[in-house]
Ligand binder design. Structure first.
Ligand code: ASP
Length: 443
């Protein structure tokens, strides 16, 4: 029998009602036998996540203030969930220990991790499943990075032969036994590590949306859900601003060849989005997979006649950037011009020095910096084989009256990146979406 690992985000476990949905989902499929919970999230727009409350406790303790009130509020949230679920679980002792440790200044990571730890214990009691403390199976190096090898070894040994288990997300421990956490949203990573350790058939990531959207719903009204996307495409989309999973969550499952399925706890009948190593092109009814982008880039244009015949010119421009600690995003170039796209904020306080250094190193005819550029990536594995994609894209932008200031198409032909004025960003995204998705019947 195959195994599915199911990770549930904070909104999926925000209250007792949500816990019930989670149990139903888990019990409706016997192969869903490993579960990774986040800490309880917001119950409403104005609510506060348990993790944020715990970080606040650590800050209070660091400034020598008393924590009793805050700890009591957090405890009451867990008690309310347990009471409504009719789970007989006393939080008195765990909270006494947690309060003491945080008050003694044990640190932020420990404080934040307790959200997942307590939720894991509660969920295990509710399901009647085995609880495994993540600090015993997820390991960090001294510099705070994951110790992937040790984790894979110990986690897989520990889970072998277990018919079910609850492993809290977000945290683990280092070689000294101290608690460490991933960055925010890191339960996604724990889920992927568990999936890899048990060689799962699928890593299910349950959240409150029905999958990844083809475009940002704040820009395009009710965008279509992406049914299938490859790990490479998703990497391109996430890099350009689409927020789906924690970016480090893709790696463990990708290398193990395990597909990830994003699902909606509030709508479990929806198939969600499948993220696979390879996807059949004909699975998608659209020629593109998704659109993502963001604002506030700057383009540095360096011009020099006969640049093309000058050996090492590009290296010297990049050297100037490196010396200032500026990393670049794209480098679309012409015969006598070289353009480098960087994040606008990476230039703050460095512009003059950078321009002077490029002059020194390269003796160009001119160096100009234009800011206020937005980049939009139109991503699709099918693009490589479809004709007329660029024509359609640029036509749509022209019709919308949008001036394209930069074009970059990676050699993988997985995406086409255009640069437009910040002010045109939203309209450009909508125009591209309309051209490929709304009018798909024209294709
Ligand atoms: N609870 C943590 C956070 O809020 C980790 C997670 O939910 O993945 O960031």
């Amino acid at each position: 029998m195959g195994v599915k690992v199911a990770k549930f985000g904070g909104s999926s476990l925000a209250d007792a009602h949500q816990f019930k949905k989670v149990r139903e989902i888990l019990f409706s499929d016997p192969t869903r036998c490993m579960v990774v919970p986040s800490a309880p999230g917001k119950r409403s727009y104005t609510d506060v996540k348990i993790t944020d409350m715990l970080y606040a406790c650590a800050r209070l303790a660091a400034s020598g203030e008393n924590l009793d009130e805050q700890i009591q509020q957090i405890k009451e949230r867990y008690e309310e969930i347990a009471r409504e679920l009719e789970v007989d679980f006393s939080f008195d002792e765990p909270f006494e220990t947690i309060r003491k440790n945080i008050q003694l200044g044990i640190g932020e990571a420990y404080a934040a991790s307790r959200g997942e730890y307590l939720n894991g214990m509660l969920l295990a009691a509710y399901l009647g499943w085995t609880f495994i403390d993540a600090s015993e199976v997820i390991f960090f190096q001294e510099d705070g990075r994951l110790d992937a090898e040790k984790t894979q070894k110990i986690l897989s040994e520990r889970l072998k032969g277990l018919s079910n288990a609850v492993i809290p997300g977000f945290y683990g421990s280092d070689a000294t036994g101290a608690i460490r956490t991933f960055s925010r949203g890191g339960s996604d990573i724990t889920g992927a590590l568990v999936a890899r350790a048990v060689n799962a058939d699928v890593y299910e990531n349950w959240t409150d949306v029905s999958g990844c959207m083809m475009a940002d719903p704040r820009i395009v009204r009710n965008p279509e859900v992406i049914r299938s996307v490859t790990y490479r495409e998703l990497r391109e989309l996430s890099y350009m601003g689409a927020s789906v999973l924690h970016e480090d969550a893709l790696f463990p499952v990708r290398i193990a060849g395990i597909p990830t399925n994003i699902r909606n706890t509030n709508n479990p009948d929806e198939p969600g989005t499948f993220i696979c190593y390879e996807a059949e092109d004909d699975e998608s009814k659209y020629p593109i997979t998704g659109i993502a982008g963001h604002k506030d880039f700057a383009i540095i244009s360096v011009e020099k006649t006969m640049m093309n015949s000058e050996l090492g010119f590009g290296r010297r421009v990049l050297q100037a950037l490196e010396e200032q600690g500026i990393s670049f995003e794209h480098m679309p170039s012409g015969i006598d011009t070289m353009s480098v796209v960087v994040h606008e904020n990476s230039l703050v306080g460095k512009k003059e020095k950078l321009v002077a250094r490029i002059h020194e190193l390269c003796q160009p005819d001119s160096v100009e910096i234009h800011s206020g550029l937005a980049l939009i990536a139109t991503v699709g594995r099918g693009m490589v084989r479809s004709k007329g994609i660029s024509a359609c894209l640029f036509n749509a932008l022209a019709k919308a009256g949008i001036n394209v200031r930069l074009i970059d198409q990676g050699s993988s032909e997985l995406n086409i990146i255009v640069g437009v004025d910040n002010l045109d960003f939203e309209n450009a995204v909508r125009a591209i979406y309309r051209a490929f998705v709304v009018k798909e019947k024209l294709w």
